[in-house]
Design a protein around this ligand. Structure first.
Ligand code: MN3
Length: 227
């Protein structure tokens, strides 16, 4: 009974690091070297321990002493337009960075699983024709990002899937969308191993992407919209 009661808390904390101030760096769900040879240990370590930590720290510094200390990160991003102007840069860059990376780590896996037949694959087939066509659309979107940013598979307000990109650390949550798959195309995600070859990094990314985790997030996004 008790375990059942805390399950929703665990699930929601997995979604977008849904805690209020002080926001914390989530543990990686695997070791730094676990995604080798596709994503190397040094990249993972610097990316998580330094880059992601810096977003968490920047967000905490900006929110301390404000009424927004009690807000969940997801709510800050979804309400971005109505935030005070002086908080917007930190929430956009550091809050977005924290949310984006919290999602990113959890959709990668050293033992990625395929999505099971179900609502996610049905929606993919209906909207994109096939999972392979979706993968190609996401790769194209990721290649099209100029400079630093992200490519996303998101769920919009009507429950439809969409491929989109955002600059810098902007989050789809700021657009009213729920991201379920994010591809970090900042050079810090791949430069040590692949230098400027983003296409090589994308090939490596697909080898460690856990489609079953993406399908699970699709289900969560739909459930939350209904609730
Ligand atoms: Mn990054």
């Amino acid at each position: 009974m008790r375990a059942l009661a805390i399950l929703p808390l665990i699930l929601s904390s997995l979604a977008f690091a849904q805690t209020s101030w002080p926001h914390r760096l989530p543990d990686l769900p695997y070791a730094y070297e676990a995604l080798e040879p596709h994503i190397d240990k040094a990249t993972m370590e610097i990316h998580h321990r330094r880059h992601h930590q810096a977003y968490v720290d920047g967000l905490n510094r900006a929110l301390i002493g404000t009424p927004y200390e009690t807000w969940l990160l997801e709510d800050l991003l979804r309400s971005f337009d109505s935030l005070p102007n002086e908080l917007k840069p930190a929430v956009r860059n550091h809050g977005g960075g924290h949310a984006n990376h919290s999602l990113f780590w959890t959709i990668l896996s050293p033992a990625p699983k395929a999505a099971e037949q179900g609502p996610f694959l049905e929606a993919v087939n209906q909207q994109f024709g096939s999972l392979e066509a979706l993968r190609q659309a996401l790769t194209q979107a990721a290649l099209s990002v100029f400079g630093s940013g992200w490519a996303w598979l998101s769920v919009d307000g009507q429950g439809k899937l969409l491929v989109e990109t955002t600059p810098n650390q902007d989050s789809p949550l700021m657009l009213g969308h729920t991201p379920i798959l994010g591809i970090d195309v900042w050079e810090h995600a791949y430069y040590l191993k692949h230098q400027n070859r983003r296409a090589d990094y994308l090939e490596a990314f697909w080898k460690v992407l856990d489609w079953s985790a993406v399908a699970e997030r699709y289900q969560q996004a739909l459930t939350r919209q209904k609730g």
